[in-house]
Design a protein around this ligand. Structure first.
Ligand SMILES: Cc1cc2nc3c(=O)[nH]c(=O)nc-3n(C[C@H](O)[C@H](O)[C@H](O)COP(=O)(O)OP(=O)(O)OC[C@H]3O[C@@H](n4cnc5c(N)ncnc54)[C@H](O)[C@@H]3O)c2cc1C
Length: 528
């Protein structure tokens, strides 16, 4: 069956897009797929909230615009920033009408503050804002008879002219692993939407789930779709360091907003000397400062001191963090929390216009896998859920109009070939895949992390090329497995990220090459 819309990914962006499109036109055939179950993606882990100007007494649209542009460090598209901030209230109201609940303060939404925001404007639900949104959207999507939801279906490659005899310069759908059928199937669609999220798993420490392997970016790279700002990877300053393994758990910025402070191994509050906003400076500054402290002390983490936050606030506002800390023997509020920076958010992605259209006709990208121009060189906290809401709405409206124009017919889609590779194997026991994945993560963490150097980037490129050759051999010899498919994408995205990093001539936002300006170093050295 030919789909009108194929949506790849079931986080906030994919689900919102599909719901909007189905509401607008109940006759559309829509298929939406996720590689695991519907809820597994970055969205459900979002803690802090959504940035929306609600209190017009103290706050203003202009202030939110300014905060976003300051965080983006000269790289934001101011036109995009303006419409995203202006459209925020309408999109949030829709989410509330669909059943999402947020914390209230008397009759009004309770507003929090996070790093880089000049006013309180973070709409939240305890420390489970993402889960709240994911649950509401996951329930709603199942109420539409014209939406076909396929869980455990993994994008392998986009179908483009590369696969077609007739060249129409479009995207025609995707080749997808069906875990259920244990084969790679062809899903044809007039319009395809990538909403596959970020790629935190390129790094050893990440706040993202392990499924965040940049699959949409990898497929777009192979389809020669333009990507932008990939080298701007945001590291969250405060992830709880696990004593037992490499896993980390995010401690939302809102904890610092509520009074949490950072201490080095000597228990000194170092952020005061670095930025007038101290712990609430933008994420890039706080993450680099922590990283630097860690390099200069023997302890491989710093402390987050939340003792000024009352136990009632811990329990009511941060219940998940409170429970997670207790499970690791950290009793709040009295105990200090060991924290490290961790790869958190991909500011860059598939280059899209104001309707979320990529440069390949028939292909849209929404959410974290896209680059809209909102975040520039650094995302302002809680602006990404907002971006996903605004752009999935715009993409849905635009694609409904695009479907009214003349498009290739069923006959053309029938002529597209089935998957021509070796096929799919359920067995994921290829130990080489696991080893190579760890090798790639180590390489990216060591050379393409918070502090980069030209020499490190060159070394990283060599390493990735070696991994690429090994992965290609596996790919050509063996049947495709889920793990190999992920690894193939991780290699593609790492390579492109490194190549883009090598082109950047100035440190901005989250991007920092030590060979360039030493200003930040000087500030840090003065402070220690
Ligand atoms: C711990 C944490 C806390 C955060 N806190 C906040 C916050 O407070 N405020 C804020 O604004 N932002 C926050 N963010 C960022 C924000 O959550 C994400 O940017 C946003 O949720 C991304 O939504 P998305 O729909 O683009 O992608 P995701 O929610 O990541 O969804 C991606 C989807 O794509 C699917 N997928 C991936 N690859 C494939 C494939 N090959 N085939 C099929 N499907 C595939 C996945 O299964 C998933 O359904 C946080 C992120 C994390 C990790």
């Amino acid at each position: 069956m030919l789909n009108d819309l194929l949506v790849i990914g079931t986080g906030i962006s994919g689900l919102t897009f599909a719901i909007k499109a189905a509401e607008q036109n109940p006759k559309l055939n829509i298929t939406i797929i996720s590689k695991g179950n519907i809820s597994e993606g970055n969205t459900r882990y979002a803690q802090g909230g959504i940035a929306v100007v609600r209190n017009l007494q103290d706050d203003s649209i202009e202030k939110h615009i300014q905060d976003t542009i300051i965080a983006g460090d000269g790289e934001c598209d101011s036109r995009v920033v303006k419409f995203v901030v202006e459209e925020a209230n309408s999109r949030l109201n829709e989410l509330i009408n669909w059943g999402a609940e947020f914390d209230m303060n008397k009759e009004k939404l309770d507003l929090g503050i996070e790093g880089g925001h000049s006013e309180k404007r973070i709409v939240h639900y305890k420390d489970q804002t993402g889960k709240q949104i994911q649950d509401v959207l996951s329930t709603k999507i199942k109420s539409f008879p014209n939406i076909n939801l396929l869980e455990n279906h993994t994008l392998v490659d986009l179908i483009t002219d590369h696969h077609s005899i007739e060249k129409k310069g479009r995207c025609y759908g995707a080749y997808v692993i069906s875990q259920e059928k244990e084969e790679i199937i062809k899903i044809c669609s007039k319009i395809t939407v990538l909403s596959t999220g970020g790629a935190g798993s390129l790094y050893a420490h990440t706040t993202n789930p392990s499924t965040a392997t940049g699959d949409g970016l990898g497929a777009a790279y192979r389809a020669k779709v333009r990507m932008d700002h990939l080298a701007y990877v945001q590291f969250h300053p405060t992830a709880l360091k696990n004593k037992v393994n490499e896993n980390v758990f995010l401690i939302t910025e809102a904890v610092r907003g509520a009074g949490g402070i950072l201490l080095n191994s000597k228990r000194e509050r170092f952020m005061l000397k670095i930025d007038r906003r101290a712990e609430l400076a933008s994420r890039d500054i706080v993450a680099r400062s922590i990283h630097k402290q860690i390099q200069e002390q023997t302890q491989d983490y710093v402390w987050l001191d939340g003792s000024k936050i009352s136990i009632d606030v811990w329990k009511s506002n941060f219940p998940t963090i409170y429970r997670t800390c207790i499970s690791q023997g950290i009793i709040l509020p009295k105990d200090l929390i060991p924290v490290v920076p961790a790869a958190h958010y991909f500011c860059g992605g598939i280059k899209v216009n104001e309707h979320s259209e990529s440069e390949l006709k028939g292909l849209y990208a929404v959410g974290e896998c896209s680059y809209t121009g909102l975040h520039g060189a650094n995302r302002l906290a809680s602006n990404s859920l907002l971006e996903a809401l605004v752009f999935s709405h715009r993409a849905a409206m635009h694609s409904i109009d695009a479907l009214k124009k003349p498009l290739p017919g069923q006959h053309f889609y029938n002529s597209l070939p089935p998957w021509n590779g070796e096929g799919y194997s359920k067995s994921d026991t290829l130990s080489d895949v696991k080893k190579l994945r760890i090798e790639l993560q180590k390489n990216m963490t060591q050379h393409v992390g918070i502090f980069k150097t030209h020499e490190g980037l060159n070394l990283a490129e060599d390493q990735i090329n070696k991994i690429y050759i090994k992965v290609s051999k596996l790919y050509n010899k063996k049947k495709l497995t889920y793990g190999l498919s992920e690894l193939r994408n991780m290699v593609s995205v790492s390579y492109l990220l490194i190549k883009q990093a090598q082109q950047i001539k100035k440190n901005r936002g989250v991007f920092y090459i030590q060979n360039y300006d030493k200003e930040f170093y000087k500030t840090l050295q003065k402070s220690t």
